[in-house]
Design a protein around this ligand. Structure first.
Ligand SMILES: O=P(O)(O)OC[C@H]1O[C@H](OP(=O)(O)OP(=O)(O)O)[C@H](O)[C@@H]1O
Ligand SMILES: Nc1nc2[nH]cnc2c(=O)[nH]1
Length: 185
């Protein structure tokens, strides 16, 4: 995919900031408190969902105060685009999930296809329990499984295309220090 850097810069310049880094870090600290309370005795296996979960997982993990193991998985259905397609597994979990408590850490619960597929995979792989933590829950009525919620949710967001704190716009701005909505989207 070839993207004009001038366009990428313009998107950042024109974006609406929905959450500052301070607001996001406060939400992450609250979630860490909830997870410390709930999972401290569960010896969980924590999976960061690449790429978007990277910043959230990094900040969250540093606030968890109990023994855990960390790994990653990569399931993607946006692949640099701004609307999702079929789910594609780039990296499946390599560790045994049998009888483990698993904590999935991802940036956004949008339509929920990605999280639902990951939860199903972990259950079929023998996990004892699958817990899910997302930084952002996008509010709309297009959820893949309307009855499904993430167990730990940082903040809600409006139904717009967002980037920053791990989330990309056409592969860029995962490094943006807050969460921003693309102008007009
Ligand atoms: O709830 P959904 O509508 O399924 O979308 C949520 C998923 O989409 C994004 O991943 P993406 O496919 O963009 O991969 P990436 O993290 O590598 O950018 C995000 O990181 C979530 O994993
Ligand atoms: N960057 C980004 N990725 C997503 N994946 C699902 N929804 C979104 C979104 O709004 N922004």
């Amino acid at each position: 995919m070839s993207v004009e850097l001038a366009h990428i810069r313009q998107v950042m310049a024109e974006a609406d900031c929905l959450y500052t880094a301070d607001q996001l870090d406060a939400a992450i600290a609250r979630l860490a408190g909830e997870i410390n309370r709930d999972l401290a005795e569960r010896n969980p296996l924590v999976f960061c969902v690449m790429n978007g979960g990277l910043i959230f997982a990094g900040k969250l993990l540093a606030l968890l105060d109990f023994p855990l193991e960390l790994s990653y998985l990569h399931a993607t259905r946006y692949r640099g685009e701004t609307s999702g397609g079929e789910l594609f597994w780039k990296a499946k979990p390599e560790m045994s999930l049998i009888d483990r408590d698993v904590l999935i850490v991802d940036d956004i619960f949008d339509e929920g296809h990605t999280l639902a597929a990951i939860v199903d995979y972990c259950k079929h792989a023998g996990a004892r329990a699958v817990h899910t933590a997302v930084l952002i829950d996008k509010e709309h009525d297009r959820k893949a499984r309307p009855e499904m919620d993430a167990n730990y949710v940082g903040l809600p967001c409006v139904d717009r295309y967002i980037f920053g704190y791990g989330m990309d716009y056409k592969g860029y701005w995962r490094n943006a220090p807050g969460i921003y909505a693309v102008k007009g989207m």
